[in-house]
Design a protein around this ligand. Structure first.
Ligand code: FE2
Length: 204
């Protein structure tokens, strides 16, 4: 079964003015679709055809000869996770379990916000900013290109795409402004809560 481009969890203009319909037309309709199509092309006729995307990512991450497959599969997964990480009228400070975990691990939401923004802005070239769960802690990290927390045994909670194609049409080279808009207006904290709860035993 070939992988399919999942639909966006919101309409293409739902994140305006912080992320335009034009950006989502290209980012979801062209870039994300291309990662899915490339994954399908590369795994055709191989045992990976019957695997889940997650299993393909975890396995190919350990084998440099499979880098092309890893890059395409990880980017396919990362983008789906990125769309889920956003919602209309999102962003700002979370509440409940997520805020509690942030307070415990970062010493307050303000400190988390600074750390997340700094990771996203300082990632040299293309990559991703993440909030992840690892060894009873939530932490911020940045990864280059397609690299993905799953490949390192971490649980992804939140993703921010900092490839230029994520923001150039709306913000040109001003990545910091895009990250501010992501944090203040787009983050889907419900998504973070769901993933945190699914792994709640890890932060006990
Ligand atoms: Fe992207």
């Amino acid at each position: 079964m070939a992988f399919e481009l999942p639909p966006l969890p919101f309409s293409r203009n739902a994140l305006e003015p912080f992320m335009s319909e034009r950006t989502l037309d290209f980012h979801h309709g062209k870039h994300h679709k291309a990662y899915i199509d490339t994954t399908n092309k590369l795994i055709r006729g191989t045992p990976y055809e019957k695997w889940s995307l997650e299993d393909i990512i975890r396995t190919t991450a350990k084998d440099t000869s499979k880098k092309q497959i890893f890059d395409a599969a990880a980017q396919a997964w990362n983008h789906t996770f990125f769309w889920q990480s956003m919602m209309p009228h999102g962003g700002g400070q979370p509440t409940g379990d997520v805020l509690q975990a942030i307070n415990k691990c970062f010493g307050g939401f303000k400190k988390f916000r600074e750390e997340f923004k700094s990771a996203c802005v300082s990632q040299f070239g293309s990559g991703w900013g993440w909030l992840v769960l690892e060894e009873h802690e939530i932490k911020v990290l940045k990864t280059p290109n397609a690299m993905n927390p799953m490949a390192k045994g971490q649980v992804a909670l939140l993703a921010c795409d900092v490839w230029e194609h994520a923001y150039y049409l709306d913000y040109q080279n001003r990545r910091a402004e895009f990250v501010d808009a992501f944090l203040d207006h787009l983050v889907n904290w419900n998504h973070v809560t769901t993933h945190l709860k699914a792994h709640a035993e890890q932060i006990a």
